[in-house]
Design a protein around this ligand. Structure first.
Ligand SMILES: [Zn+2]
Ligand SMILES: [Zn+2]
Length: 428
């Protein structure tokens, strides 16, 4: 823990040093001596130093701003309807129950993911960035994007000045003017500064272009991966066509991240909203953000919380069900079909060791299911050409697979905190 803290500090110190190394030696030893008068020097170098200030300022904000943690008030904002297990029809479309983080013991707000480095759920998590020693999430994403943009602009500015200066030196030498001929130390500095600026411009530039694309799509890096997976599932007809719910249009997407006033998009400002609820495209099912992304129906599995959740409800309410699943409670009571799409999915960004341990039986079950399924399909093909449908495949998976709770009878997993709180509230 202490070592990771030290390594994190070393990263931020290294980045600050790199910025200083690119920005200042070139000005002091290469540019200032090259200008003929003070006025030109100021005109050229003041904008550059303003850019450097903006780089440091946005870097500081990206490092220091908490990306967003799930607040305790989130409990009050969860619509009870999303805690109801999805019916078979929706599960066949890859729409699952609410997303749950076992490590934090809380239902995840839409777009929230668990970060194993920060050891907590992060609102609208983009990625964990060692260079800022912080997660990039809802509240510091715009700072991060502005930081990368200012790094690019500042590096481009320095590269243009370096190229202009080298061009002038070569021109002078061609015309036998040796006044501006650089000494050996300056030549080395030219090469080092050019290499550093170009490398940073190239690497951070690619990052910037990707994040600008993400801003225009209103998606995080994780959601980009999820969207690719959803597109694949739709193309293979594993799930029904569904549109990414958070894309609210090119201009509004940018405003959502960078602010409403385009003149201030590059000016540091706090993120609006609470990071718990998000605007969605028109005609979107209001529950979709809580379940997003849809998954391959064959990869869904019974929740490890299901049995205990049900038992707890019965103990508290003497067998009377609290949550009415649209008169569909019988399915819920008799089966282990309370799904969660939280921490144990393939597409989840970070999976803790314990989750990984729990995943192994699921993968074994899937392999076993595929073997049985292939065998069955071959048999069917011999008698009839009709393929197995997705929902029947899902049922087959369940029928072939013992519930996880049976495999882990000693499991300490308990009723989710949020569900408990909702039950308590209902008692009051
Ligand atoms: Zn978590
Ligand atoms: Zn993190």
């Amino acid at each position: 823990m202490v070592s990771s803290l030290v390594i994190g500090r070393l990263y931020t110190f290294g980045v600050s040093l790199l910025i200083a190394l690119i920005a200042y030696p070139s000005q002091i030893f290469l540019f200032i001596p090259a200008f003929d008068n003070v006025s030109t020097t100021f005109k050229v170098l003041i904008p550059l130093n303003l850019l450097v200030i903006m780089v440091y300022w946005n870097y500081y904000l990206a490092v220091q701003t908490d990306p967003g943690r799930v607040p305790i008030e989130w409990v009050d904002k969860i619509p009870e309807s999303i805690l109801i297990p999805c019916n078979e029809e929706r599960r066949a479309e890859g729409i699952t129950g609410p997303r749950f983080c076992k490590t934090c013991d809380i239902y995840k707000p839409p777009r929230t993911h668990h970060c194993r480095y920060c050891r907590r759920c992060v609102l609208k998590m983009d990625h964990h960035c060692p260079w800022i020693n912080n997660c990039v999430g809802y509240f510091n994403y715009a700072h991060f994007v502005r930081f990368t943009l200012y790094v690019n602009i500042a590096c481009l500015y320095i590269l243009i000045l370096l190229i202009w200066r080298i061009h002038k030196i070569l021109d002078d030498l061609q015309h036998f003017r040796f006044d501006s001929e650089p000494n050996t130390a300056q030549v080395i500095l030219y090469v080092v500064e050019f290499a550093l600026s170009f490398c940073v411009f190239f690497c951070v530039g690619m990052l910037s272009v990707y994040h600008l694309y993400c801003v225009t799509q209103n998606q995080s890096t994780i959601e980009g991966w999820e969207r690719s997976k959803v597109t694949r599932l739709i193309r293979r007809k594993r799930i029904s066509p569904v549109k990414y719910p958070f894309d609210i249009g090119f201009y509004r997407n940018i405003c959502f991240v960078m602010g409403d006033n385009p003149l201030l998009w590059l000016w540091p400002q706090q993120a609006r909203g609470d990071g718990l609820s998000f605007p969605v495209r028109p005609n979107t099912d209001p529950e979709i953000p809580f379940y997003w992304p849809p998954r391959d129906p064959d990869e869904l599995r019974p929740s490890i919380f299901s049995n205990r959740y049900h038992q707890q409800q019965q103990q508290i309410h003497g067998g009377e069900e609290v949550i009415d699943n649209n008169n569909n409670t019988e399915d819920y009571v008799d089966s282990d079909e309370y799904y969660d799409s939280g921490s144990l999915s393939d597409s989840d960004y970070s999976i803790s060791d314990e989750e990984e341990r729990l995943r192994q039986p699921v993968m074994r079950m899937k392999r076993q299911y595929r073997r049985v399924s292939n065998h069955k399909q071959q048999q069917q093909q011999q008698h009839s050409p009709q393929p197995i449908s997705s929902s029947s495949s899902s049922n087959l998976l369940l029928s072939q697979s013992p519930p996880l709770m049976e495999q882990y009878p000693e499991s300490n997993h308990h009723v989710p905190l949020v569900a408990r709180n909702i039950i308590m509230k209902k008692d009051d």
